[in-house]
Write a protein that binds this ligand. Sequence first.
Ligand code: UD1
Ligand code: CA
Length: 467
Amino acid sequence: MNITTIILAAGKGTRMRSQLPKILHKIANKTLLQHVYDMSSTLENNNITIVYGHGADQVRETLKHLDASWVEQKQQLGTGHAVQQVREQFADNDKVLILYGDVPLLKISSINKLLANVDQQTLALLTVKLDNPSGYGRIVRDAGKVKKIVEEKDASADEKLITEVNTGILAVFGGQLRKWLGQLTNNNAQGEFYLTDIIEMAVADGVDVVTSQPETTDEVLGVNNRLQLSHLERVYQLEQANLLMEQGVTLIDPSRFDLRGTIENLGQDIVCDVNVIFEGNNSIGNNVRIGPNTLIINSVIGDNVEIFANCVIENAEIGEGSRIGPYARLRPETVLADHVHIGNFVEIKKSSVAHGSKINHLSYIGDTTVGSKVNIGAGTITCNYDGVNKFRTVIGDGAFIGSDSQLVAPVTIGKNATIGAGSTITKDSPENQLTLSRVKQISIDGWQRPVKQDKLYVWTCRWNRAT
Ligand code: UD1
Ligand code: CA
């Protein structure tokens, strides 16, 4: 059995008050439409068609990686008109599933329930009961059986009292849908072609309308404004936080935790303090502690790593037992072996640091290979850039770089070499030796420190000169 999923995504989203088409707004750093796509692409034998319109170029460009058919709805004349645009895209025997591109948190379990209900005699409709149903299409029943959907603007006072509403999400066989699409008119309060009119047509054709409900209302909430966007962001984040806690992660405050992506390998006994944010795809080992206010992007963190407060870590690998921060920045292509210490105000970029080395204070290490058991003193800077080209620095095992040194690349510091504090190293420094490049210290005998003259003295001198 094939499924054709039609995602309706042509609407404007005026209430977002945005230059960006609504479906390109994001939850957890992923566009609304991508959420819907990802969920529906887990269905087997499923062809996805996206009806787009508003912001057409931008939408196509941003989401060109999706494996879907794109059909443009040039004028947005209603949900029925939107589905009419794709009426040649499905076979009579396909189960056609209608989703909305701006309803991002729908769960696959709700879809599966819906699809299981569909057969040649049955249309499946997802409905929900709302305390405040205003704005939604109402499910009108007769002796318990669904009779039709009436839109808010077309509803009578009595119908407006109905609290069961249409989520817009439904599934039906392709042949039937195509037939009913041909019968739609725009003879209603909004002058639109309503997809919801097919319900009454189904009933007239002797097709049952079977309803099911999502587990939570949040699943079927659409995004129409930024308030709703932020609500669904928090719903989504809390869901992810709960999943992580179930898997053995301690979150000091689940409401101050954000996962904008995935954690591929997740160890046990990870502790995240408040305001930890993960972006992209990360991997975290066992027994990792992450301090407050830390952003971690596309990184791999080994077992027993401790990350202190206020770090930014991107495309980095951190080996077992290492300690990072507070206030450290690991930039892309940083690879730290095990038991490495990176301290406060240290920036590392495109560099590898071998076992047991320490860079504890105020340093910039870029395009560098650091050996094992190296100690890099406070304020060390690798000068890797001449304004045009980048050069590498190599620091051998066991080297000791004195504080406030500059290593001007390309340059190699030999094994167990010592660099005297305050040196500017421009030539390779041999193994096992002390190398330094500072002006020799001198002391001047009998030198007089200038003396500050007090104001009365200065005034008296002037007075004397003048008289
Ligand atoms: C629709 C339903 C209503 C339901 C509500 C749930 C109809 C007539 N009404 O109303 O019963 O309670 O959703 O949220 O179906 N779209 C297009 N092209 C168009 C019009 C809409 O692609 O010409 C897309 C929108 O981008 C959106 C979805 O269809 O993703 C729903 O459109 P919207 O205007 O929000 O429908 P409502 O009037 O809220
Ligand atoms: Ca809507």
